[in-house]
Structures are given as structure tokens and as C-alpha cells.
Design a protein around this ligand. Sequence first.
Ligand code: HEM
Length: 759
Amino acid sequence: ATQGACPFRGTRIGGAQGSEPGLDHWWPNRLKVELLYQDPPQANPLGRDFDYADANAWIDHDQLWEDVRAFLHKPVEWWPSDYGHYGPQMNRMSWHSAGTYRIADGRGGAGEGMQRFAPINSWWDNGNTDKSRRLLAPIKAKYGAGLSWADLIALAGTVALEDMGLPLQGFAFGREDAWSADTGTYWGPEGWFGKAPTEQPADPQAGHPDQMVNRGLRWQGGPKDQHYDLENPLGASHQSLIYVDPEGPGGNGDPMDAARDIRETFARMAMNDEETVALVAGGHAFGKSHGAVPADKIGGAPEIAKMSEMGLGWANPVGEGNAENTMTNGIEGSWTPNPTRWDNDYLTNLFKYEWKQTKSPAGSLQWTPTDPDAPKTPDAHLPGVEHPLMMMTTDLAFKVDPDYRKVCERFLEDFDYFTEAFSKAWHKLMHRDLGPTARWLGPRQGGTFLWQDPVPEVDHPLVDDAQVADLKARVLETGLAHGDLIAVAWASASTYRDSDKRGGANGARVRLAPQRGWAVNDPARLDRVIDALEGVKADFEGEGEAKISLADLIVLAGCAGVEAAAQAGGHDVTVPFVPGRTDASDEWTDAESFDWLKPVVDGFRNYVDEAVGYHVSPEGIALDKACLLKLTAPEWAALTGGLRVLDQNWDGSKDGVFTDRPGVLSADFFRVLTDTDLVWRPETGEERRFTLERRDGGGATWTATRLDLVFGANAELRQIAELYAGADGEGYFMRAFVKAWHKVMMLDRFDAKEARKAA
Ligand code: HEM
């Protein structure tokens, strides 16, 4: 092709191909408002009316369970199973699917089957999980849309555990597949030996010795204390890959260093020491590591593999490229003499023998017993061949770290206790991001655990329309300001995050620790409003049979507040209200894990926790929150602008309260924001806070933060602000505000599916 030829003749790459350089390359620091439109409905071939719960209810769960179990024992030629059992490799796939979960922002996890898409499908750490998923394709095809990939990926490793002898807590379906890659989640650095992804070798089949380091933590290398980053506060930048390097940090072979990394990464997954040991010692009771072939012979990851590989990757040219020649991680060998049976041999041998460093055929650092008489493990494919046992540096971590060691000793003494601990930790791992039990499907869901953030069942008739009207009147009669009612309803509902479906108004946990004490919630006001609402509830219930939960009343009070604030501006609106929430107790609340829901930046209430060091702009974090609340850009703008004029700043400051009638719901915020007669002056070079002045020197003066001005400065958000500010804009604004308000109140109402969908 000649330079400069017409792009539309196809002589130059570009146009609809989305080739570089794109918008993000030209303007890497622009606010990516489009992150609000992840996994759009257009990507989903099932259509908007598809209901996974309905579809899943139709499948024969017992038959499915049996199909998966039978599959584990039927090796196929293109990828024979080790030891004649697919259980261990399925278990690793399930664990890797769920193990991306991080409690900081609830992202990652098994919930949407993201292991099918880049970047996760191509992480070196996920090597050969492409084969595990492809092996399951016939089962997926048999059950079709009634069985999501996300559920099947979690199910396969769970059935495998049961088949190999672990008693299960249960298994719930309900994970709805995403249909496109997640481009918003920051997973930490990826690349080839420090090269940017764009510099990766063009030929996918040219071996990449450097691939070995494409595993997050290792890649960062460098001094010990810098090998992974503790970036705060944006949840999405909280961690690199979940995986710790099995050879120790930076491949240093130091079990004590490995212990520190394991503790940190598993804590980010919301697992304590006991759960961590249970999971790893439990998982490594099974299967083997694969390192028969040097990494530089292995082809590219699925995302850059050749077309003929049909979505699989890591082509291995040695022998058939599988069975005894399999190369996955690089370490070679098994931890136990019976790799397909649930037993305590992993811990027994770990503690009974001394271990010395050795190298796998692929050159990876691993450990072998010093005692030549230690038990051996059979070859996974060759009859009559045996190998010494293997441990990774990360396995030895449990022996050398004093706290892990204590847990191991308990597990060694009491195998039943260990069995139960592993079974429970596995259950939590698989279901951590499935959300409220109303989302759980299938006949074998198991018991209720604290990490599910349980709420009681509704055990009384719900209030009818007349009672709702009566309650609204009673709430307004308490004399609480409209703003107070709005503040508490917002504080209650806005903790929701769609990533792991935690938080929200149900349970009324806003009245419990830790939420009741968060500065952003203005604890003094919260106490006052909760007390008053408890009074309303007591009076109302004292007068008859009807009952209302505090969780419902908090939301209802918010509706009354918004309606009154709109009325004050001459708008007659009704905010929908759907009863059915119940009140959780302290005993039902894991306070420590709820503290992760505390906002570090809340754009809706102009809150920035200055104690936290920031790598990301406040507006970037506000966008992240809008994303977790599933808001569209017009909804995000309407809620922010509306809450400003409703005087909802957490500390009562007037930043962004661009109105001379605070407390009245109006589009004033947008009128001032887009007023060309105003000029914004930053208070400092950092542009954190601004003074707004009239160009002609007269009239009102306001102050603002970045969280206000972003709606006028960002090109896309400004279009919305201009619409709301226009002569005919207040109607658009009012509709968007009320709709978005109701949507946020309903985000956690999986129990009221139709009403939630309609919101
Ligand atoms: C295999 C590392 C935690 C279950 C492996 C392999 C590595 C590894 C390097 C070999 C992969 C291959 O080459 O085929 C680690 C590290 C962990 C960890 C560093 C955390 C410190 C877990 C957990 C589970 C688990 C929590 C499950 C509860 C398994 C299983 C296999 C395996 C079943 C065998 C797979 C097979 O036979 O194909 N692990 N793992 N691992 N891991 Fe882990």
C-alpha cells in the first residue's frame, strides 16, 4: 500500500477496525465516560427479555450434575486427562475463575465467566484453562442458554471435588454470562519482560521465553517491597493479578517472602489465614503441575494465537503437545501419592520431610524431599513410572510462616476439621460475588453464611398504597427537613456495587456499625433521622396489624423528601416505592467486610477522604462509583446536579450548590455550570477547588470542586449539562433524576425482580 492512500479503499488499516492510534492513545488521561457502558445489551444474543433464572429452572440439575461427573472419567484424545481424571484441572479452572475476586471494589470473581475473555483468558497463569473450558463445550451445548458458562466453570471444579471425596456445602447457580471483554477493570501491569503489550512479538507462534513473566506480580520484579503495588484508593487499581508467583516473589525461592505475598493477596480476596491454608492445602491435594517443556517452545496465548487454533492458545510442539509433554506453568510434579483422592497427604508430607531446591525440565524452581525414601507419586500417563513428590516455594510458605504453621498443625491433627474448613472456604470462594440469596438458583444451595450479607425473610403483609401515603405524611410531620430524609435514604442505598452485588438499602445496615459511623454519612444527622423514623415505625405499627421495616421506611422517607423538594419547585412528581425490604441485625453483619463499602470519594455528596493518597483523579473515582451503581451518564449527571441543589454535601459545604434556593429540586446546578458569563478560578495549581465568579464582576459567587466542574469540563458530560440547563431542560432533568433515584433504591432488590428491571 502506498503511504497516504485513501483509507476508505482499505489500503490502510483503520476506519472501523479500531486500530491504533485511537482516542485513548491520543488522550490517555481523558475521563473515559464510556466505561459506563460495559457489556452492552447489543453484545448479548439472548435479547433483553431473556431471564436466566427462568431458563435455568428448566434444566435437569441432577442430570447435569451426573453429566459433569461422568465427563470427569472419560478422557478424550485431543487432551487426555492426567491420572484418567479431569477433576484436578477442572478444579484449577474454577479456582482461577473465582480467584480474581477482590473485596476492595467487588470486581473480578466467577460471576460473569470473564475467564473466557481477554485479558484473563490469556494470562500465563491461566495457561491451559482454555483446554479445560473447551473440554466442557459439549455439556454447555447440551444445556444451552439454561446453563451459563460462568455457572458451568464454577460447577465443574465443584463436582470434581465431590467426586474426588470432598463433602460439599452445596452449589448455587445464577451467574449470568457477560458477552464482551471487560475493558474497565485495572488488573495491574501486564506485558512481556517490561515491554508494552504493543511491543509483543508479532508472530504468535514464535516462542516467547518472556511469557513466563506475564503473570503480574513477577513482571514487576524490582526490589522486594515493590513487587506489587498497593495503589489506593480506587478499588479497580487495588491489585495486580491475584496469583502469587509459585517460585516466590520475583522467582526468589524464599518461602517466607512467599508467605507475605500469599497473605496479602488472599486478604484482598477476603480470605483469612485459616481459609487461605484450607484452600491451598485443599486444592493441592489434587492434580499436578506441568513443566515438561521449556517455555520458549510454547506458542502465543489464546488472544494472539493463530486462526487455525480456533480460540485455543499455548500450542505445544513437543509430541502431541499434551499428556506427558504438557507445559502449563513450568513447575513439574505432584504434591501427593494419590492426586485424585481427598486426603491429608499434602500437609503430612510437607511437614514430615525436609525439602531441597531443584529445577523442573522447563527450568522452574521447585522443591523435592531430601529423603530418598519419601513416598513417590505415579506418572500421570505412563504406567509403572514414578516420580518424587514436589512442593512449590509457595507451599513451603505454610511450613515456615508461624501463623500459617499453627493452622497447618490444627489441620494435621484433625482431618475432619480441615475437611470442613476447605469445604466452607471453597463454597465462599465460588459464591462470594453471587450476591443476595434471591439471585441463587438450583436445588442444592446449601446453608446461609455471614459473608452472604443475609437479610431476614419478609414475614408480614407489605404496606398498600394507602398505607404508603399515610406513612409519607407521618414522616413529613416529624419536622425532619426534606434534605435529611433524602440524605439518609441516599446513604442507605448508595453503598450498592454491581460488581459483587453487595450493599444497598435492604437490611437497613446504614443504622449498624460500621456504616452508622462513616463521616460521609454525617453520623449526627443519621442518628437524628433514624431515631425519628423508629418513632414513626413504632407509632404506625402500634395502631394496627400493619408492619413496615426500617429499611423500607428509610427509602420511603427519601421518596417523600424528593417529592416535597420537587413540589417546592413547582413540579408534581411521584417517586415510585416498592416495599419488601427487611432489617438485618449486628449478628448478621460482618462489620469488617462492610467497611470495604465505605466510599473514599463520593461525587454525589462532594466527599473526598483526604487521608487517602490518590493516584487517580477524584472525578475518575466518582466515575467508577457511577459505574458500580449501573448509572448512565445522563443519570449520573442528573443525580449529582440534583443532590447538589438539594444541599446534600456531606459536611454542609456549599461547593457546587449553585442555587439561591437550596433544598428545592431544580436544574439550577446545570444553568450555572454552563453559564458562559462565569469564569472558574482554581484556588491552587492542583485545581482541586475553584471559585466561580461573574466575568462582569457582579452577581453571585460560588465555590466548586472537581466533582462539580467535571460536568462542565468534560466534552461528553457537558452535552448533558447543556441539555438540562436549556429552556426546556428542567423536564428532562426532573425525569432523569426521579428515574435514577428510584433505580438506585432498587439496585439490590433481586427479590422484586420485575420491579427492579422496570426501574
Ligand atoms: C495447580 C500455584 C492456590 C488448586 C497449580 C499449579 C501452580 C499452582 C503453579 C500448576 C499449574 C500447572 O502447571 O498445571 C498455586 C499458588 C496458589 C495456589 C501459587 C496460592 C498460593 C490454589 C488453590 C486451589 C488450587 C486455592 C484450589 C482450591 C490447584 C489444583 C491444581 C493446581 C487442583 C492442579 C491442576 C492440574 O492438575 O491440572 N497451582 N495454586 N491452587 N492448583 Fe494451585
